[in-house]
Design a protein around this ligand. Structure first.
Ligand code: FES
Length: 297
């Protein structure tokens, strides 16, 4: 329903519009030209764009970007093997940039210049290419952070259930402990346990404000955070869920089945999950090539 004040404002706007239109018709009848609206001033930067820097030309005086030289760039053997395994999974090896950076982050704690340099060396890419990827994705850190990542979801469901207060309380309890990286995150996809957080990659919720000191202490001690509230241990209509899944073997790749009564051993140790190693099983992904002749198309 529209209030009296709003009705008056609408009436005034309508009268003004009608008045303007009437004046324009009068001018037309008398053969007078329409008034020219004052030119609006558009602020532009030196290069002519309204956005600083975006249209700057490449600096041709600079040396071209370099791919790090393997003979002068030592890369830990395990990291190299993991990055190469990721590269082998994709028709275009650059698609492995995210998992490769995540692997380097696990080794170095963040996407440090050294981590970027080593990844670029193995992938035969420029560090600039990888920096553009690392700076785009939220879970790739481009500054040093604490090793314990607590992401509090502050999206709508969690927000309505008190996520902002939860984030504030966590920040308060953690204080200036440099071992922690407490931050807000958008929907983590576990809205049914709101308000929730990803604690070193483990989804926990709903978390009450009273539980925050216990949770922080458990993370400090390296014990499971609020085990009774971990999403992957919750009861499910699937009797096989939340139990151990034996790894598939080469002889029996489809063998992953629940083991009744077993304790789930696959707690993630990092927010990116367990590293993926080894060669992928099965046929390689097809590489798309343009047809050789028009008849092939
Ligand atoms: S809104 Fe928090 S998990 Fe979706």
């Amino acid at each position: 329903m529209i209030g009296r004040k709003k009705r008056r404002a609408i009436a005034a706007e309508t009268a003004e519009a009608i008045g303007g239109a009437t004046a324009a018709i009068d001018r037309q009848r008398r053969g007078q030209p329409a008034p020219v609206a004052p030119q609006r001033e558009v602020v532009r930067f030196g290069h002519g764009s309204r956005v600083p820097g975006w249209d700057d030309a490449v600096d041709l005086a600079k040396n071209p970007a370099e791919i790090p030289d393997p003979s002068t760039t030592p890369v830990p053997a395990k990291l190299r093997a993991e990055i190469e395994a990721h590269m082998a999974k994709y028709p275009d090896f650059r698609s492995a940039s995210i998992p490769a950076l995540a692997a380097a982050q696990r080794v170095h704690g963040w996407c440090s210049p050294e981590a970027i340099w080593q990844t670029a060396c193995v992938m035969r890419l420029t560090p600039g290419y990888l920096i553009s990827v690392a700076s785009f994705y939220d879970m790739l850190e481009t500054h040093p952070v604490g090793r314990h990542a607590i992401y509090v979801c502050t999206n709508i469901s969690c927000s309505l259930c008190g996520a902002d207060e939860l984030l504030e309380r966590l920040a308060q309890v953690v204080g200036d402990d440099p071992d922690f990286n407490v931050r807000h995150f958008e929907c983590l996809g576990a809205c049914d346990i709101a308000p929730m957080a990803s604690v070193d990659g483990i989804y926990v919720g709903p978390i009450s404000l009273d539980e925050v000191p216990v949770l922080v202490e458990q993370v400090r001690e390296g014990t499971p955070p609020l085990p009774g509230k971990q999403l992957h241990l919750r009861k499910s209509t699937d009797p096989g869920a939340a139990r151990a899944l034996p790894a598939a073997t080469a002889a029996d790749p489809g063998a992953a089945r629940a083991t009744p009564g077993a304790v789930n051993p696959v707690s993630p140790t990092h927010s990116h999950g367990a590293p993926m190693g080894g060669e992928p099983t099965g046929p390689p992904a097809p590489i798309e090539r343009p047809p050789a002749t028009e008849d092939d198309a």
